[in-house]
Design a protein around this ligand. Structure first.
Ligand SMILES: [Zn+2]
Length: 205
C-alpha cells in the first residue's frame, strides 16, 4: 500500500522533528552544576545555605540560570526566595571587605541592576562570599562569625520577588568587577547531594 503524506500528516512530521531537535539542544546545554558527578561535587566548596535554620526557601534561579546567572565567570549564583526581612547569616567566618548600599531603589526592572545593596565577606581561605538584596549595619573591616546574622533581605536593585542572591568568588581578585571574575560551585551542607537545584524547595538544616 502506498503511504500518502497529507498536509495534515506533514504538519505532524515537521512538529515532531522540530520538537525532537529542540529537546536534544536542551540536553546538549545541560546545566554543568545541576548535573555534576559525585567526583566533581567532592571538590566543591562546602557551605550552609546562609539563612537561619528551619527557614523554608525555594531556589527560584539557580546556577547557570537563564534570567541573569549566565554571564561567563558569574554562573554560580543562587536566588533563595525568602520572605522580606528574613535574617541572612554568615556562611563562614570572615572579614567584611566591601559594603555597597547606594540607596537608589529597586524593583522588577533591569535598570536597577547596578544598585542592589550587597556585602562581601572574605574567608580565611581567600574566597569571598557575596550576599545581595539586603540591608546590613556592618561596615568594611568588621569581623563576622559563621552563623552570625549579618543582614536582612530587602528590596533594592533588580528584584522581582523577595530573595537572597548568594554566590562565592574564588578570591578578592576574581570579583564581579574584574575581567578575571570567577564564582565557585558550592556543595550546600545538609541538602540531598549538596546541589541546590532551580525550582527545588529546602528547609535550611
Ligand atoms: Zn540572582
Amino acid at each position: 500500500m502506498e503511504t500518502v503524506i497529507t498536509p495534515n500528516r506533514l504538519r505532524w512530521i515537521v512538529f515532531i522533528t522540530v520538537t525532537v531537535s529542540m529537546t536534544s539542544c536542551i540536553t546538549n546545554s545541560a546545566n554543568l552544576y545541576e548535573t555534576a558527578k559525585p567526583l566533581q561535587i567532592a571538590h566543591f566548596k562546602q557551605l550552609p545555605i546562609p539563612l537561619p535554620r528551619k527557614t523554608i526557601t525555594t531556589v527560584r534561579q539557580g546556577a547557570f540560570g537563564k534570567s541573569s546567572h549566565n554571564e561567563p565567570g558569574n554562573q554560580y549564583n543562587w536566588d533563595f526566595e525568602t520572605p522580606l526581612g528574613t535574617p541572612v547569616v554568615a556562611a563562614e567566618d570572615g572579614v567584611v571587605i566591601d559594603v555597597w548600599k547606594p540607596n537608589r531603589g529597586g524593583g522588577c526592572d533591569a535598570a536597577y541592576a547596578a544598585v542592589a545593596h550587597n556585602i562581601k565577606i572574605e574567608h580565611t581561605d581567600g574566597t569571598v562570599a557575596q550576599y545581595v538584596h539586603i540591608d546590613t549595619p556592618l561596615r568594611s573591616g568588621d569581623r563576622v562569625a559563621k552563623g552570625q546574622t549579618i543582614a536582612h533581605t530587602a528590596v533594592n536593585g533588580w528584584i522581582c520577588y523577595p530573595h537572597l542572591h548568594f554566590g562565592v568568588y574564588a578570591s578578592r581578585n576574581n570579583l564581579y568587577s574584574s575581567p578575571a571574575r570567577k564564582t565557585l560551585p558550592i556543595y550546600f551542607l545538609g541538602i540531598p547531594d549538596g546541589i541546590a537545584r532551580e525550582g527545588d524547595s529546602y528547609i535550611v538544616p
